[in-house]
Every structure is written in C-alpha cells, then in structure tokens.
Design a protein around this ligand. Structure first.
Ligand code: MRU
Length: 367
C-alpha cells in the first residue's frame, strides 16, 4: 500500500543484499516512518516480541524470513538441530497468532527436501518469499470477496456512505500488503463506493488510533477514531452498517481470537442485528482445535502497557504514567469471539459461515 504515494510492503529483502531483511518499524508510527534492518535470528526474535512488526500475517511472514536467516547462520554440523532450535526460539516470541508456528513448520517441512545445507538454504529463501507473496495475494482475494458485502449495503443505502466499524489493526501493516479487514474496504474505495470507517482506538497499544488511522489517511479513506467503548452506542443509533475485524487464530469451528475488546463488539453487533464479519487468510486457521475459549493461548503482556500511554511530543516519542504508580494492571492482549456471534468469515477462497461445515466447504482438503 502507499506511504506518501510510494508503494511499500511491510517486509522485504534488502535490494542488493539478500542476507538482510528490511521491515517498517511500527513502534514510532504514525509520527515517524522508520525502516529497520534484521540480520540475525536474535533481531527477528526481538522484532516480533517487542512488536516492531505485529499482526498475524506479518508475524508469520517475519518468521518465514527469520527461518531463512537462521539457515544462513546454521553451520554445516548439526544443521537440523540448529534449525529446530531457531524455530522454537521464534515460536516462543508471541503465543496467540497461529501464523507464527505455521510459518516455522512450513519452513522446516520444506527444508526436509534439501539434500545439503546449501540446498536447504535455497529452499528456505524461496519459501520465505512464497509465504510473503502468498500472504499479500490472499489478502487481495479477501478484498475481492469482501467488497461484495459492502457493495450490497451501498446499493441498499442508495449510494450513501457505508459505515464500517473495525477494531485494532487488521490492515496492511498487520500483513504483507492489503490487510485482511481493510482489504474489502480498500477494494470498495477503489471502486468508488462511499465508505466511512469507525476505528476503535484499541487500548493499550492503540493499534487502531495509531496504525489503522494512519493507513486509511495515507490511502485517503474517510475515517473517524473512536474511544474503545463507543461502538455499542453507535450501533444502537444506526451509525454502523457492518463490522469487519481480523483474526489472530480461528478454530476449525469458527471461534475467533482477535485483539482484546473484539468479543464485546461481537456482542453489541449481535444485540443490534448488525453483520459482524471476520476477515482472515487460511494461515490464521488452527485446524487442530475446536473450542477457542478453552484452547487458544491468550498472550499476557507487560502491565506497563496499560499503566503508561505513549505519544509524540516536541518531536519525540514520550511515555507518560496514566494510573496511580502503585496500582496493579492486567494486560490480556486478545479475547475469543465465539462462532455464534460471527455472521461470516471472509477468506481467500470466499465467504463462509463461521462453523466447521462452512469452513470445510471452502477447504475440503482439511476434512
Ligand atoms: O498484538 P497485535 O498488534 O499483533 O495484534 C494483532 C492484531 O493486530 C489484531 O488482533 C488484528 O485484528 C488481527 S489481524 C492480523
């Protein structure tokens, strides 16, 4: 997508040096646009854990490139052992988004076909690029399928703006390009359909206020940032036509783990009869689990992220204390929205019911 009119992906190989990976460091956004270089497995671990990169798809793509860099680091002795350990290190960085483990396993599986470390490095290089390209392509297709939902509402409203509520950042910054929840929005905007996006600020890290707002502003899409608890009120007053959110892990039965607060939006949408869609590439589906509330590990992050708030002041990023110093804080990063609250899933293969039957109709090879 565009940054000041120039096209970027969120991760790429450094031109002229294929042993270095470049990323957009998302921490100082929207105030500073910084490109960071990752050269060692440790750089990759840090970038994922400390959220220089974030979002399920991008975490997966980063892990894919991380495994390629690990293959370069591995000596000829005990190549497999080194790669297993590198995979474990990367997988331990963040627990909820299943794309991370999926990308590591995909790399390990692909490398089995290589007969020598040299061949394995080549495979890892190719696979890392494939994972990233696939992520971008699947998000584009999510846009092509999801735009139909927006088109229908626009026709019903006789061309009046379609109000869409989204939570956190399931935009191109959370993937390699296009985003999941934002892909249908960008596709609608490009077709000239009038849209207006309500963006939940998404405490404590404010991915909505900082990142989704920045993305939409850069693409010129009309939007309004709202405090996290505003959505229910807007829905009661007919100001939301559709909710589209992302997913960090979806069970084979259609339960969805997404940024903390998504569940409450799902409840409010159900109560107000508003369609609540979840957009996700299939790399976010955990085919091995059925009960999201019981089985999806929910990341707990530092309480400091709740106690302090970060922003830009006099040309610098500043962190200020919000709560009494002595107060405890809890920081659950995700919650699970049960399938019964989800109107449908928008995937790269089409839109389906949030149920095992619905998902398997699109992905019959997973039966
Ligand atoms: O903690 P983050 O920022 O990595 O959380 C992921 C998210 O951005 C959201 O949960 C998003 O809606 C999921 S779609 C990648």
């Amino acid at each position: 997508m565009n940054v000041e009119g120039k096209h970027y992906r969120t991760i790429w190989l450094k031109p002229g040096n294929e042993k270095t990976v470049q990323i957009i460091d998302q921490r100082p956004l929207p105030h500073k646009f910084v490109i960071e270089e990752l050269k060692t497995v440790e750089d990759f671990e840090k970038a994922i854990k400390e959220m220089h990169v974030r979002g399920a798809g991008l975490i997966g793509a980063t892990a894919g490139f991380g495994m390629y860099i690990a293959a370069l680091e591995a000596g000829k002795e005990n190549f497999e052992g080194f790669m297993q350990k590198a995979g474990e290190r990367l997988k331990a960085t963040r627990p909820t988004a299943v794309n991370l483990a999926w990308a590591v396993e995909r790399q390990l599986e692909a490398m089995k076909k290589g007969k020598s470390p040299g061949e394995k490095i080549e495979i890892a290089f190719k696979t890392a690029k494939e994972i990233a390209n696939e992520d971008a392509e699947y998000c584009k297709r999510i846009g092509e399928h999801g735009v139909k939902l927006i088109e229908e509402i626009s026709e019903r409203k006789k061309g009046e703006a379609v109000n869409i509520l989204t939570h956190c950042n399931a935009g191109w910054l959370a993937f390699v390009d296009f985003g999941s929840a934002t892909a249908p929005i960008y596709a609608a905007f490009d077709k000239g359909i009038k849209v207006h996006i309500w963006i939940d600020e998404t405490r404590p890290r404010n991915q909505g206020a900082r990142l989704t707002a920045w993305e939409l502003a850069e693409q010129g899409v009309p939007h309004t940032v709202i405090a996290d608890n505003t959505g229910g009120h807007l829905m009661q007053h007919g100001l939301v036509d559709l909710c589209i959110v992302g997913s960090d892990r979806t069970t084979r039965t259609g339960d969805v783990a997404n940024k903390i607060g998504t569940y409450l939006k799902g409840l409010a949408a159900k109560d107000n009869g508003i369609p609540f869609y979840v957009a996700l590439p299939s790399s976010s589906i955990d085919w091995d689990i059925r009960d999201g509330v019981k089985e999806i590990p929910i990341e707990e992050r530092e309480p400091e992220e709740v106690k302090y708030i970060q922003g830009f002041c006099n040309g610098e990023m500043k962190k200020v204390l919000l709560t009494p110093e002595k107060s405890n804080a809890a920081n659950y990063a995700f919650d699970v929205t049960p399938a019964r609250l989800v109107t449908g899933l928008i995937t790269e293969r089409g839109i389906c019911k949030a149920s095992e039957e619905g998902i398997l109709a699109l992905f019959p090879e997973k039966k």
